[in-house]
Design a protein around this ligand. Sequence first.
Ligand code: PLP
Length: 368
Amino acid sequence: MAEGRIYNFSAGPSQMPLEVLEEVQKELVNYKGTGMSVMEMSHRSKEYMAIAAEAEKNLRDIYGIPGDYKVFFAQGGATLQFSSVPLNMLGSKAKADYVVTGQWSDKASKECKKYGVPNNVCDTKATKYTSIPAVSTWKIDKEAAYIHYCANETVNGVEFSYTPDVGDVPLVADMSSNFVSKPIDVSKHAYIYAGAQKNLGPAGISIGILHPKFADGSSELKICPTYCSFKTMADNGSMYNTPASFTWYVIGEYLKYTKKVGGVQHWAEQSDKKAGLIYGIIDGSDGFYNCPVEKSSRSRMNVPFTIAGGDEAMEKKFLDDAKKVNLFTLAGHRSVGGCRASLYNGMPLEGVEKLGDFMKSFMDENRK
Ligand code: PLP
């Protein structure tokens, strides 16, 4: 049992800014004098429609989303988007390009195979997903319906530091784990989607930002479930059926808070500081800690590392000792092992400084 709040380095769902939780707590039982909780409200009520509209407006403001782009609050998580993207965008072309730089983009490509033909323009699996090959080396099929990339690979700790220039092929991005952590050039994308549970709120919603060209149903496959249809989402303001209304509300609170602290630029500055601190310790540890990812592709959000050359007993001791000083959920993904520190917006700089101090003292005490 932890006493009080911990520093939670989970890859998601992850630590939320305390101020957002406290605001939600304040309003939980009686939302602004309505006599009910937001979770008890009809999603069609005047009060709820105002909450939903404000969340969308704030998202549009912080990213400068072009007015003609559609914004969705879709259920089903990013995994359902792996299906929704081909179902809505393949059209008669029936083939799409996929940039495979980690486990999530690999899953997205495999899901596309159910509905069409994915062409993996690159695949770094053989080198354990530790780099992003230069765009000039990608085998892009210019006739593809779209090209999909994952902006931040949560498991492998690989992040794009730029928007890939892919010519005229519509660009689709899974931004689940680095959404709201830096500015995005929305207009270079045909579709951006992101599960909320890392940097924007509780699980239950994927945000979608869609170019209007793909909102009219013209590239939707006949088998596309109504539930997944971008046109249905756009025509019904994400309320064709009951949305994940409470999650949507908390996302709205997170966005209000984001505006208050200085917008996405604030999170970008914080992220650079936090990631710089941990990578600095890893690189200065003379091999005691090691991050397998190529420096130019390192993620600011998820920092995977091994200890003493992947010594499992030492890594277990690290995780156990970390908990004693309130630093939790630092184990690597079950498929890759080692350790991983996720440094999303909700993790304050003090938490990362504490982790840094702990890493240094653990190294001093345990280096053989
Ligand atoms: N894409 C990325 C980059 C992720 O990190 C995750 C989940 O961690 C997913 C997709 C799948 O998201 P969900 O669990 O919301 O379906």
